[in-house]
Ligand binder design. Structure first.
Ligand SMILES: [Zn+2]
Length: 508
């Protein structure tokens, strides 16, 4: 009330009221334990300040990863203080009419859209919300509509490109009628009542939810809070897992010279064992990740995986906007560079020795790429086949990580050891911090790499990513630690070289 009085006084004097535009918006989420028929469900409501023009667009969850038409899971959609316009041609888009700036509440019910427990035989079970009588696990963007208060002013995940800087919100979250013993964890707290002040509104959509028989562990360090929700048996104790996540987040933040998310939730749920072998799967957000693994997943698989998910807080999440529909074409960077940095992070947190880092890089990245049956595929083939062909899905991880290895060696050489590829990521993060509307594009990546000494970054992307021409590992990808011989495909190190101070300094 006071703010609007001041705003009007300034209007009369011919000023625009920037302070009003910047004030955090109230945003209230209520999640209640409910049923659809006999089946467990969530009754959700979201209360927000609707748009100044008297018309607000709801974008229901639609596509996410391999999943499509997520809006079909939204039942009993209703609104108070607003009325729905008749449905248009797109079922995921609904318009609300209301008085300008009204406080509107949207309500809906959502259940589980697949059968049984999360399992590696059913992709749906890993990406779609799990809502059963002992747990709820969900990416919030798959169960919350995004709100377009005015053209380009979005609370949530923008279905198009953002044209205005993302607003901040004062967030409150309430959980109702869940069993007393249940954990109620989000990135913002654990318990029936949670709040966060002046955070980017998107943080709610760009995070996850873990309710149920999870064990909760929390730690705080100079970078903020790490919250762990874990259920089932894992290779490490809960405390040891938490310590790994704290160390991993801190090491990545230091490498990228950017604090990263101040609060995050990592939720881990063990799946039923597979008849043969083991598996891990994770999905990262800007404010945490969720993961599933078979109980027999070995520590060697887990430690690379969880560093991968944590590196995603930065790559690509803190580096700029990604044009809708271009995620698969950027997978060589988003996934490949993340794979490279996940191994580097495992080294920085002492989960891999220098020698083990070299061996993992050679086996996973260099040999993995050389053995790929589709290694010559141009990038557009990856875009077409990413969700339908396992080899095409893996290729951008291998190709991008190998390009990262080469570029890092080139930067090290050009800067006489002063800079590394992590400085390129730090620069991109800094640019996005200055301008949240900046786009993450191959040309911007190439330009950042060029400034640190990659002589033909744009040409490398055109040749080895776009056209699929064979990428050869440089001899000096491990600096003074070892030499890679591309003729024989071997890595040779002098006695003691991996353990030398020169090697440690180079890998730093
Ligand atoms: Zn990834």
């Amino acid at each position: 009330m006071r703010l609007s009085t001041i705003a009007c006084a300034l209007c009369l004097l011919g000023f625009t009221p920037p302070a009003l535009a910047d004030a955090p918006l109230p945003l209230k989420l209520v999640v209640a334990n409910a049923k659809i028929g006999n089946r467990p469900a969530l009754a959700m409501s979201l209360t927000f300040r609707a748009g100044p023009d008297g018309r607000t667009i709801l974008h229901l969850p639609n596509e996410w990863a391999s999943e499509k038409e997520l809006w079909r899971g939204i039942k009993q959609l209703g609104a108070t203080n607003a009325t729905f316009a008749p449905p248009g041609p797109e079922p995921q888009t609904r318009a609300l009419n209301h008085t300008p700036n009204a406080e509107v509440t949207v309500t809906w019910v959502i259940g589980q859209d697949y059968t049984g427990e999360p399992n590696f035989g059913d992709t749906k079970s890993l990406f779609r919300a799990t809502v059963n009588d002992h747990m709820v696990v969900a990416a919030l963007q798959t169960i919350l509509p995004s709100i377009e208060r005015a053209p380009g002013s979005i609370l949530g995940i923008d279905p198009g490109l953002r044209t205005q800087a993302p607003p901040t919100c004062n967030l409150s979250i309430t959980f109702e009628e869940f069993p007393k013993a249940w954990a109620l964890a989000t990135a913002f707290g654990n318990g029936a009542q949670q709040s966060a002040t002046a955070i980017p509104c998107d943080a709610l959509w760009d995070s996850n939810l873990a309710l149920g028989d999870f064990r909760i562990r929390e730690a705080r360090d100079a970078h903020g809070v790490v919250r762990l929700a874990v259920r089932g048996a894992w290779a490490l104790s809960d405390e040891a897992l938490l310590a790994k996540f704290v160390a991993g987040r801190a090491a990545a933040a230091d490498a990228f010279q950017d604090n990263g998310p101040a609060q995050l939730l990592i939720s881990l749920a063990a799946t039923p064992p597979l008849p043969k072998g083991n598996a891990v799967f994770g999905t990262a957000f800007s404010y945490g990740f969720f993961g599933f693994a078979t109980p027999n997943a070995p520590l060697s698989a887990l430690k690379v995986w969880w560093n991968h998910e944590q590196v995603h807080y930065w790559i690509p999440n803190r580096l700029g906007q990604i044009a809708p529909g271009t995620e698969a074409s950027l997978a060589w960077f988003n996934e490949g560079f993340t794979d490279y940095f996940s191994l580097m992070n495992a080294y920085r947190t002492h989960e891999l020795t220098a020698r083990a880092l070299g061996e993992e890089m050679k086996e996973r990245v260099i040999d993995g790429y050389l053995k790929s049956p589709v290694r010559d595929a141009p990038n557009r083939k990856i875009v077409d086949g990413f969700w339908s062909n396992r080899d095409l899905q893996e290729l951008p991880y291998q190709r991008g990580a190998l390009l990262a290895l080469n570029w890092n060696a080139e930067i090290k050489k050009a800067s006489k050891g002063e800079h590394s590829l992590a400085d390129v990521i730090a620069t991109l993060a800094d640019q996005a911090n200055q301008n949240p509307l900046v786009m993450l594009t191959p040309s911007r990546l190439a330009e950042a790499a060029r400034t640190f000494g990659v002589t033909n970054a744009a040409g490398d992307i055109a040749a080895h990513v776009d056209a699929g021409r064979l990428l050869v590992s440089r001899r000096d990808v491990f600096g003074p630690c070892a030499n890679y011989d591309s003729a024989t495909g071997t890595l040779a190190a002098d006695r003691g070289a991996w353990e030398s101070a020169a090697c440690a300094a180079w890998l730093k």
